[in-house]
Write a new protein. Structure first.
Length: 429
């Protein structure tokens, strides 16, 4: 999938395609790169890195453009646009896939599902494989097979020096360790080699909305059900105002997953329910944004290592913004903590509070509301997911010992912090 022939396209302000390329998922982001380098190969990416450094241009990297802070778009710098690099090749016999750095999750899912295969990927199909995986990569298969980063066999990447290197368990193993959860700090990944798993094509989604007066008891019961849920099930909860919906997503034989339904129905008074069997591809795209990139967006996230009653009460004091919980555990927790840069494997639930709006005049109020609600959950938090950090220190995602090891790796591969438009690990040299 790599070539030595340069096919690099450079887009400047005013040229056709420039505005489309700089537009990302969060409409609050309206920055103007000096130039956009649309790359078609690893050689193009290396050339773009050298081009930027020769001209002292700040570098950002775009794939899916889903980061809430819009770090793919540099004001006055060089955007390295990987979206033309979206090829996926699957070897069904060896259960491996090779995915270029600009591919979206939907492209990976569709290619693998032709053979009833899949690997852990996020819940929105137009998210970029690269950004999701480098930060860890949570998805509906994680409790069965680990995070996305746990399923990567090797990476090909371009370093800050413009060199092309491979990282795996046996080749540049320390870099391999850091890429598994350390974000985009060490280079631009142009090719991922993923391990795939036979999952078939069938899933079950069960969602129950309960009377608000039962909300506290229902969330307690949901927490306790999660403790014994099979790995095929990922328990979910969402709160908006005075509406609580809980349930689970099951990847596997729907008949087996249906055995959980009775336990959920016993938790409280149900006012609505949705139970449906979906193909895996439909599951992976059901949360896609049909409105494209029109909304302004903001979010905050926490990891919860437990969910005491006091935390449940705080969750239910929801100001009307969206809040969600998704279960971790299973195979995620079984990977030794030192095995990868990704941390907080003892997380019980991931929490995200998010909102979207259209009028720029509402920015301050919307952001303040999200921040205030997230702050009420701070006492119960036990870290954060790299991919939901939004202006916070990376120390929330990495404990001190891991952050020190990541900093040493940054010193080796990017001592000038060329790649700093990310969840940045600052070098010390």
């Amino acid at each position: 999938m790599t070539t030595t022939t340069l096919t690099l396209e450079l887009l400047h302000p005013g040229q056709a395609g420039y505005d489309e390329a700089r537009t990302v998922w969060n409409a609050m982001i309206d920055r103007h790169p000096a130039v956009i380098a649309r790359c078609h190969s690893t050689a193009d990416v290396a050339a773009a890195v050298r081009f930027a450094q020769d001209r002292n241009l700040e570098i950002a990297v775009r794939c899916g453009g889903h980061n809430i802070a819009g770090i793919a778009v540099p004001e006055g710098g060089l955007m390295i646009d990987l979206t033309p690099m979206n090829a996926v090749r699957v070897d069904p016999e060896r259960q491996l896939a090779w995915i270029q750095g600009g591919a979206l999750l939907g492209e990976l899912d569709r290619a693998a599902q032709e053979y009833g295969l899949a690997t852990t990927a996020g819940n929105v199909s137009h998210t970029g494989v690269g950004g999701l995986t480098l930060g860890g990569g949570m998805g509906w298969l994680a409790r069965q097979f680990g995070l996305a980063c746990d399923n990567v066999a090797s990476y090909e990447l371009v370093t800050a020096a413009g060199d092309i290197v491979t990282a795996s368990a046996t080749e540049n193993p320390e870099l391999f360790w850091g890429l598994r959860g350390g974000g985009g700090n060490f280079g631009i990944v142009t090719l991922f080699e993923f391990r795939l798993h036979h999952i078939g094509t069938r899933t079950l989604v069960a969602e129950f909305t309960y009377a608000w007066e039962d909300a506290f008891a229902v969330l307690r019961g949901w927490r306790d059900l999660n403790a014994s849920a099979p790995r095929q099930a990922t328990c979910t909860a969402s709160i908006r105002g005075q509406e609580l919906t809980i349930g689970f997503v099951w990847v596997g034989d729907p008949d087996e997953g249906a055995e959980l339904i009775a336990a959920f129905r016993e938790l409280g008074t149900i006012v609505a329910e949705n139970i449906e069997e979906l193909s895996y591809l439909t599951l992976q795209s059901r949360e896609d944004s049909v409105q494209g990139h029109r909304f302004r967006r903001y979010w905050k996230g926490h990891y919860f290592k437990s969910l005491p009653d006091e935390a449940i009460r705080a969750l239910l004091r929801n100001p009307g913004v969206g809040a969600s919980l998704q279960a971790y555990g299973g195979a995620i927790a079984e990977v030794p903590d030192d095995d990868a840069a990704f941390s907080h494997r003892d997380t019980l639930f991931e929490f995200v509070t998010a909102t979207r709006w259209e009028d720029p005049a509402d920015d301050a109020e919307q952001i303040a509301t999200i921040r205030a609600y997230a702050t009420t959950l701070d006492p119960y938090a036990g870290g954060a997911y790299v991919n939901t950090l939004n202006g916070e220190s990376v120390s929330r995602a990495f404990p001190p010992a891991k952050l020190a090891r990541l900093t040493a790796l940054k010193n080796s591969y990017d001592p000038a912090n060329v790649f700093h438009l990310n969840q940045n690990i600052r070098p010390t040299v």
